[in-house]
Write a protein that binds this ligand. Structure first.
Ligand code: ZN
Ligand code: ZN
Length: 132
């Protein structure tokens, strides 16, 4: 079923990307910046090698969200696409933007300390207060 390369993109279709590698790790991030930049209680992510992620089209904006991290998004529709840190080869792709997000279920919760109290979770995945 799952075959490489994988493809994905933003809500308006302007940004498209090709991914030449399977994710090495998946999870939900409950940090405040993911909540705000995604307008969501938790951001599902998939770690992928940066060199395997190729943007094919679209106007990609960069938001420096901390001293070491930046987030990329579609300038046309605002869809948040990824998080990456300076000096780190892996990129946290916002996995719901994949064309088949159902293939990569999140496997843990990180920054669970800032989970919104009304966001109830019934899964048995490991929960980490911070980075995990
Ligand atoms: Zn877009
Ligand atoms: Zn986060």
């Amino acid at each position: 079923m799952v075959s490489l390369p994988l493809f994905g993109g933003c809500a308006c279709g302007s940004v498209r990307y090709r991914l030449e590698s399977l994710p090495t790790e998946t999870g939900y991030c409950h940090c405040r910046i993911c909540q705000k930049s995604g307008a969501t209680p938790a951001m599902p992510w998939a770690m992928v090698p940066g060199a395997a992620l190729h943007y094919l089209s679209g106007d990609i904006g960069v938001f420096r969200s901390s001293t070491r991290g930046e987030r990329r998004f579609c300038r046309d529709c605002g869809t948040p696409l990824e998080y990456r840190e300076q000096g780190r080869e892996e990129v946290g792709l916002n996995s719901v933007t994949l064309d088949h997000p159902e293939w990569f279920a999140p496997q843990k919760h990180i920054w669970y300390a800032s989970r919104l109290p009304w966001f109830e979770l019934a899964d048995d995945l490991p929960r980490f207060a911070g980075e995990g």
